[in-house]
Write a protein that binds this ligand. Sequence first.
Ligand code: ATP
Length: 500
Amino acid sequence: MYIFATITFYEIMNEQDFGIKEIISHAKEYGFVFPSSEIYDGLQAVYDYGPYGVELKNNLKNLWWQAMVKLNENVVGLDAAIFMHPLTWKASGHVDGFNDPMIDNKDSKKRYRADVLLEDKAAALAIEGKQADADALLKQMGQLLSAEDLSGVRQLIIDSGIVCPISGTSNWTEVRQFNLMFSTQIGSVADDASNIYLRPETAQGIFVNFLNVQKSARMKVPFGVAQIGKAFRNEIVARQFIFRMREFEQMEMQFFIRPGEEMKWYEHWKQVRLKWHKALGIPADNLRFHDHDKLAHYANAAVDVEFKFPFGFKEVEGIHSRTDFDLGNHQELSKKKMQYFDPEINKNYVPYVIETSAGADRLFFMLLCNGYKQITVGEGENEKQRTFLKFHPALAPVKAAILPLVKKDGLPEIGRKIFDDLKYDFNLIYEDSQSIGKRYTRQDLIGTPFCIAIDHQTKEDEMVTIRHRDTTEQERVKITDLKSIIDKEVSIKNIFNELV
Ligand code: ATP
């Protein structure tokens, strides 16, 4: 009932999220993100990527891959299966510890994460200037959760005067732990079938392959293994569009190091990853680090990279010092040695790990929020709103639109020829109907950095007009120069240059 309940595309957590509505409806109308199985009223917290969304997401993933695997000699890739031996999740701690505390309001029948209710309350207290009360509340929550005192957590919710935003009552159920892993069965014969999980993170595929990768690619510590893939979590509160999904994609890298060197590498990857986010075009003011108050079961240091969404600073990537927790546990449970012989110090050890873990969907959402621009242009009677998506040209779903001014007089033929010459290098759109103004607007709305207009003069001088998305400035250029002009702007080398 709960999962299949009818949803609206705007299902959002609270009123603070209001500014996000326009972006979400833009994402749907212009082919970026659709609710999954919408004709059946959707499936909560599951989304599909449309024609421009899939291009943007692929560009983002490709950029991450290139920045990790291509730019770092000591990082290699992997594509592990989603299904893994069930003991994997015992060793990783997910079977016993991957829980969120949930609580239901008996009147509205709405379900909440108990810790999120308390965090929201603390945020509200801080806004009211009661920072000390907010800190005390968070501290108390942390202590109760660490002691697994769930009735204490419930009491704290009641004592703090937290009511359900829907029913307005504090008629709360007990707090229960809810395991976020989805399980299913593998095997065709019912008797033989065994329970397995859909992976809740991609990292474990890397850990169980640690020795396969190290030996086959002859890697020497320190080295990293990067992977992009789907992960699944049965999130309790799965709203806020693609921020919190039940099926999502992670871009994770596990960096294997000598024990004792974790703080050096932790700092290194923190800086590298922050730079990467800035290189995508995100202003420094809209990014920040947030150290974890409560460390996950596997970590001895952890920080989130947060982006300022319209609903506040929220995590887009986690950087964790995972010690030898994972490899050590796999070694114990599988009885296979997970050790590395380090020739430089003539020693065997289970390597420590620094993890960088980014959500492809959250970064996509970040790009949408960062790129959505509404500005006023013109003056007096001519004043109007101009909306466009400002993506870094290397990430833009479509790089250029080829637009003959009219659909006659040989202009479409020239346009088609340009399209055919450039289509092997760039993702393009060809369009020859409607007014040129409408066609420019349409490209602005999907974030195309260049529009190339072909007019009658083109037949004389073999030149076209390029219009730049961000400034709307136009310049006349030779057809033969188009490839290099576009290439210069859309090349991912522009982003790489920011990284060094
Ligand atoms: P949160 O605190 O928001 O639940 P988390 O700390 O559990 O996130 P991690 O386990 O560190 O997240 O996962 C790494 C990254 O994966 C996150 O930074 C985020 O970008 C992404 N991610 C995690 N859960 C989801 C989800 N339900 N939907 C979309 N992306 C997610």
